[in-house]
Write a protein that binds this ligand. Structure first.
Ligand code: KIV
Length: 250
């Protein structure tokens, strides 16, 4: 994972997208993406749950195995679902299961509170990507996907989180929906790359949920996403054409 620190030092931005299945992972891999994340966002954009808090480890293992079959070049990171890293020991067991399913690295949500959990995973030789800022697994307690790091005390807490995950051995840290100025300061203060999502232009890389990028989940569009394709419209168009053609020939 040293390559990502070196990219940061060279000022080369790191790219990351999610994939939960073989064809998407293979297409992203062939496109040259740096990191493919089997995110627990699978719960929302593929499994139809309201948020990520219902995703199970079995589901993550299933999707990690599928994505891993399509990846030859990119680094494949798998998310650890809620309640599967409550203790450092449980975090290690979950991380091992995801690595056995084909992940090269794992990610879970939390900063200072989870430094010991991260250290335990990294000590077992499993590369770890951290995730701080807005934590989707806490969306119910938080009452929504709200911007973090706007006030000085929130920005300071995020800085402590970033330094804690770096000290614990994370190779990179996702900053989710963090105020741009806080994200800029954190990116300047840590040696590991920051990978932003909805966190302004100053992070060392960017990550997006692929369904948002390609317009495959039209029922919810995060404000910060610049959509590059409209796959939902393409699917509806192809299905309508098929239905019309088939009915015409009956
Ligand atoms: O689950 C996911 O897709 C994520 C990204 C939004 C960072 O954690």
């Amino acid at each position: 994972m040293q390559q990502f620190r070196e990219m940061k030092q060279r000022g080369e931005r790191i790219t990351s997208l999610t994939a939960y299945d073989y064809p998407t992972a293979r297409l992203l891999d062939e496109s040259g993406i740096d990191i493919i994340l089997v995110g627990d966002s699978v719960g929302m954009v593929v499994l139809g749950y309201e948020d990520t808090t219902q995703v199970t480890l079995d589901e993550m293992l299933h999707h990690t195995r599928a994505a891993a079959r399509g990846v030859k070049r990119a680094v494949l990171v798998a998310d650890m679902p809620i309640h599967t890293y409550n203790t450092p020991e449980q975090a290690v067991a979950t991380a091992r299961a995801l690595v056995d399913a084909g992940a090269q690295a794992v990610k879970f949500e939390g900063g200072v509170t989870h430094a010991a959990h991260i250290e335990a995973v990294v000590d077992r030789g499993i590369p770890f990507m951290a995730h701080i800022g807005m934590l989707p697994q806490r969306v119910r307690e938080e009452g929504g996907y709200k911007l973090k790091g706007r006030t000085p005390s929130e920005a300071e807490a995020l800085m402590l989180d970033a330094k804690a995950v770096e000290a614990a051995g994370a190779f990179a840290v996702v900053l989710e929906i963090v105020a741009a100025e806080a994200a800029r300061q954190i990116s300047a203060a840590v040696q590991i790359p920051t990978i932003g999502i909805g966190s302004g232009p100053h992070c060392d890389g960017e990550i997006l949920v692929t369904h948002d990028l390609i317009g495959l989940f039209p029922w919810f569009k995060p404000k910060f996403v610049k959509q590059e394709a409209d796959v939902a419209t393409a699917i509806r168009g192809a299905a309508s054409a098929f239905i019309a053609r088939t009915r015409l020939n009956s």
